[in-house]
Design a protein around this ligand. Structure first.
Ligand code: FES
Length: 158
């Protein structure tokens, strides 16, 4: 099979294969590894993952479009994903989102022209006890505040 991903992808798949009963069961970790390498999951990437796992592309697409954690379009270097479910909403997530939109001069679902920031809204991040929560790339920012957001935005400018 022709290699279309970087060596790290195949090494990771080799490493985890012992934990899965078959290749098709590795769909989620394969998508994570693919997204880590390419930044998002394009149609081409879905096909590449499908080919690697020897499953239909439609099966890959079903999973990619079901989960918020997979990006179907390019995202900024700093991907701000605000939880806006009930606990976070009650603790001020709307204000945080509006503040981020204003500071970055974009709307929810958009990326700044320089490709640095993306702002999006996601479902419950499972950390309701520390609401409001914003997932920035792979990290949770809990008990998030306008001040903490300002600090983060200023620290990550281009
Ligand atoms: S409601 Fe935001 S983490 Fe659960």
């Amino acid at each position: 099979m022709k290699k279309v991903f970087g060596e790290k992808f195949y090494q990771e798949m080799d490493r985890i294969s012992q934990f899965y009963p078959n290749k098709r069961a590795m769909l989620l970790p394969a998508l994570h590894a693919a997204q880590k390498e390419r930044g998002w999951i394009s149609d081409e990437t879905m096909q590449d993952v499908a080919d690697f796992l020897e499953i239909p592309k439609t099966q890959v697409k079903e999973v990619v479009t079901f989960y918020h954690m997979f990006h179907t379009k390019p995202v900024g270097k700093v991907n701000l994903q605000f939880c806006n479910n009930i606990a976070c909403w009650l603790r001020g997530s709307e204000e945080l989102i509006h503040h981020a939109e204003k500071k970055c001069n974009i709307r929810l679902g958009e990326t700044t022209g320089d490709g640095v920031f993306t702002i999006s809204e996601v479902e419950c991040l499972g950390s309701c006890g520390t609401a409001p929560v914003c997932q920035v790339n792979d990290d949770y920012h809990e008990n998030f505040s306008v001040e903490a957001l300002d600090k983060l935005l200023e620290g990550r400018q281009s």
